[in-house]
Structure formats: C-alpha cells, structure tokens
Design a protein around this ligand. Sequence first.
Ligand SMILES: [Zn+2]
Length: 475
Amino acid sequence: MRPLLVVPALLFLGSCAVNPVTGKRELSFVSEAQEIQMGQQLLAQSQQQTGFYNDPALAQYISGIGMKMAQASERPQLPWEFHLLDDPVVNAYAAPGGFIFITRGILAYMNSEAELAGVLGHEIGHVTARHSASQMSKQQLMGAGFLIGAIAAPDLAQGIAGQAAMGFSQLLLLKYGRDDESQSDALGHKYSLAAGYDVREMSNTFITLQRVSAASGGGGPPAFLSSHPDPGDRAAATQRWADTVSSFANLTSGRDRFLDRLNGMVYGEDPRNGYMDNGRFIHPALRFQFAVPAGWQVVNQASRVVAVEPNGRGQLEFTQAPEATAQAAGTAFAGQQGLTVLSSGRTTVSGLPAFGVAFRATSGQQGQVIEGEAVFIEYNGSVWRMMGLVVPSAAQAIGGALGQSIRSFGPTAANQTFRRVRELRIVTPTGPTTATSLAAQSGGAITAQELALINSIETDQRIPAGRKIKTVRYR
Ligand SMILES: [Zn+2]
C-alpha cells in the first residue's frame, strides 16, 4: 500500500498568483507544481481506497469528453485525467492539478452526454478556477491540519491516518463555498457550450439530484450536493444561462449514445466486493466473513475494510498481508520501528493457523499512545490481517468487542447464498410502457420509484415505443 497524503511544508510559504479564470491576483500558497503533486496523491488514494470501475470502453468514453473540454479551458497545459470510480455513491469531485473523478453511482442517474458534460465541466471549473488549491491555502492559513498525525510505525499509519485521509477528500468535496459552486456551474455551462452540448440539459442534472436527495428520505443529500447551494437555485441559474443561447441548432444532447454506453454497468453496491449483512462483513468471492461490533461505521475500500467506533476511539481494520505465512507476516509487523511489542505468538482463529501480536504505538505528532492487536490468519492460500486499534482510555470499554471481532474471522458457510450483482440494461420498448411496468419485469432488481428516478421520469409517465430507457436486472 502507498503512504497517504503528506502536505508539503512548503505550503506555508505563500505567494501571489494570478487566478487563471478571473485573471485577478490572489494570495496563493500553492504553486501549479504543488497543485499537480496534491492531485497525484489524491489519485493514488482514490485508486487504492475506492478503485476504478473496470470497463475500459466506458472509461475512455468519459475521458474523451472530459479531455476535449479541459483542453479548450483556460488551463489546457495541466496533466488532465478523468477517472470512473467503482463506487455506487452519487458523487463527482476534482483534485487540484486536473484530476477529475466521477462515480458509476452518479452516472446511473444521468440521461445524456450533455448532462455528463455538464458535471465534468463543473469539476473542470473547480480546477481551472483553483478552488481546491485556494481552499488548501485557507486551511493552511487557519492552521487546520489533519486530525490525527502520522504514527511512527508506517504500517499503522495506514490504519488510523486513513481517517485523516478520508477527511482530506471530504475537505475537497465539502468546503467549496456557494460562490465557488456557482462559478463552477457557470464554467461548466461555458465549457459545455464550447464543446457543442445542449446546455439546457445541465439543469436537469440538478433536478435529478434533488429528487435523489428527496428520495433518500432526508438521510442527507448525495455527496455531490453536500453543503452546496440549493440544487433548485442551481437548476434555475443554469436554465437562465441556457436561455441566453441564441440557437440550439448545432448543439447535441447525445442521449442515445450515452445510454448505449451504460448498458451492462453494475448498478448499486457490488456485492462481489463484500457487504455487510446482519452485523457481519461477508466476502462472496474470497469466501470469508467476520463480525463487526454493533454500531460501528464500516467503510469497505478497495484494499481494506475499516470499521470505526462511533466516537472514533477505536477501529478495526481488515487487509491482506503480502507474506506467505502468518508467522512471517506477524514477525515483519512486530519488527516495525515505533512499535512496542507486548506479546506475540502462534494461535488459531476459527481453527485456522494464525499469529498474534499485541502492541503499543505512539502517534508521531501528538504523542498519542495507541494500543493494538494484530492477528495474521492463513486462509485460502493467503494471509489476512485483522487489526484492532484503541486509545488506552477506551480499552476497557471497547477492547473486548474488538477482540471478539478479530477472532470471529472464518470461512463462509458452504451452503451460503450471496447477494447478486445488479446491472443497468438499456432497452427499447416496442410498445408504450411505464416505469411501473418495467420495474415489474425486473425480477425484483429495482422498484418503480427508483426506475423512474434513474430515467428522470414519473412512475406512471408514458414511455413511447422506440425510446431507449434504462432498466435494472440481476446479472
Ligand atoms: Zn462543485
């Protein structure tokens, strides 16, 4: 695994730079080279934590649209990259330096290339107007750093600093102000228009996201909208800009070709990557399971699973160890600098050969002591690491539950049935139909409400024959 983001100390040396979009001089703590470096770090982190969706044709399609728009922007010289994340969450974000990320979750709700271009254009706008870079400057100025400093032992840093890393992407996602968002919307409109897209469709994206937010039952808006201006206002604003366009004759929606690209894309959570079921984390492909303490928040990342105690006083981390045996992995772990081994030795977990290490480590910056237990387990030709970390004041309260979880690792039952993968299907009805009717034919893969939502229609709205439409099926 890669080391996580380290903010260069150089950030404190502020300088004045000209904003590429506004042309105004502003206080900037971040040079273009530093922006690119930050972006590359977030790229590595996104790939490791979320992972990219494995469909080269779809990825290339998205990248092609993004590149065309970025190269016509105010900062064509940046090393632009566009990535499709294997994430069901409705989200898109930009990292400084020209790295744009869009989830398959948000893609499922879009209905044309013009809508996609609008979202990509908005994210490009955050980069060209240097929003995240200037946000980093402000954060540095306020002295707000990461919550938890690096821990001496590099292997442990990946555990607890992981939360700080999540904080970093949230910082990029959430801290844009209303002005930044409006400016990015305006830039998205401008880039979309320049690339020949029907800019009237941009407002539809906001209307859809607003519906997604409402349908989530007040459980919070999609990440894309968090702390962003009211999507209703944004829909109205983008519509006003579209109204100033004199002719739409040469502008394209690209509806059908966009929908064709989505055919077969995984919809919702991909159970093959593991999922929570009744307090247990289940991995169908790797055929293991383990219990998670009740109420802990589980984050299932590409290379590890993390469960965090609600007050952040402890965490459970599950990952694969590169060594060939549990003992070799345990010995290598125990030998890390900055780690005080309290005890170590062979053990078994669910009858599987294992090696346990109880230890103490000290956080680099704040000198915070952390107690931990790592158990390395041999299963199916690999070595798996279950690690519990706890702050000493909470050891009494949560140490027991943590230990039980570590020892709950084991194979899935031989007769266990797993959740099935769902995928988008683009169909062309031969006669008039409705979302209600299409959902009834989905074998329970999708509800009428959800189907209406992803198609940006109402459940009983008449869908004319011959019009391409999204539905969802079990694979
Ligand atoms: Zn934004």
